[in-house]
Design a protein around this ligand. Structure first.
Ligand SMILES: CC(C)(COP(=O)(O)OP(=O)(O)OC[C@H]1O[C@@H](n2cnc3c(N)ncnc32)[C@H](O)[C@@H]1OP(=O)(O)O)[C@@H](O)C(=O)NCCC(=O)NCCS
Length: 169
């Protein structure tokens, strides 16, 4: 299968924060942001694989900054590494300043999607070819994150997590 770049899966979704989507402090409700990130990331995984994709795990979410009511929020997702049937997707969340139009990074997350056939069985996806420095950094660390996710899910023995062990020896 021919390799694809992160740019080929990049998915950008921009939307407002409405009153029904906020918590009692008038900031975006965390679950609403998770759903927006899941939607953008699943489109990115679908664009990379051109298959049906399912969310296998949410590996990391950092709610670093509250997102106030009325904000214009941009969720940007791209595949950061493809394995056999699974894909790691990085999601960056930006808020746009109303007056200057400048963007501030508010949050980020890393999701794992698996491409499946019509019966739900995992199916192979194209490899990923990173281009920019940040794409290469994310690509290089992805195997470590995959192993950590599998160990936490009880699907890999810690002793088999070679990339994780390499951090400590
Ligand atoms: C995700 C799913 C397809 C994996 O199926 P499975 O029978 O565990 O298949 P496998 O063990 O062969 O794993 C398939 C791939 O997923 C990866 N994977 C599975 N669980 C993972 C996890 N927790 N973290 C990271 N990767 C994971 C495996 O490493 C494997 O990757 P690879 O093929 O690239 O090497 C299956 O668990 C599923 O359908 N889950 C429900 C998904 C869903 O409905 N999501 C929406 C939430 S409501």
């Amino acid at each position: 299968m021919q390799a694809k770049t992160p740019g080929e899966s990049r998915t950008i979704m921009t939307d407002l924060v409405l009153p029904s989507e906020t918590n009692p402090l008038n900031n975006l409700f965390g679950g609403e942001l998770l759903a927006r990130m899941d939607r953008a990331a699943s489109i990115a995984a679908r664009r990379h694989s051109r298959r049906i994709v399912v969310t296998a795990s949410v590996n990391h979410v950092a709610f670093n900054r509250a997102v106030p009511l009325g904000s214009v929020v941009t969720v940007e997702a791209a595949v950061s590494r493809a394995f056999k049937s699974s894909m790691e997707v990085f999601i960056d969340v930006w808020i746009e300043d109303r007056e200057s139009g400048s963007r501030t990074k508010a949050n980020e997350a890393i999701y794992t999607f698996v491409a499946v056939d019509e019966t739900g069985r995992p199916i192979e996806v194209p490899p990923l070819k990173p281009e920019s420095d940040i794409e290469k950094l994310r690509f290089d660390a992805a195997l470590r994150r995959k192993q950590l996710s599998l160990v936490l899910a009880g699907k890999m023995k810690p002793n088999d997590a070679t990339e994780l062990k390499a951090l400590f020896v």
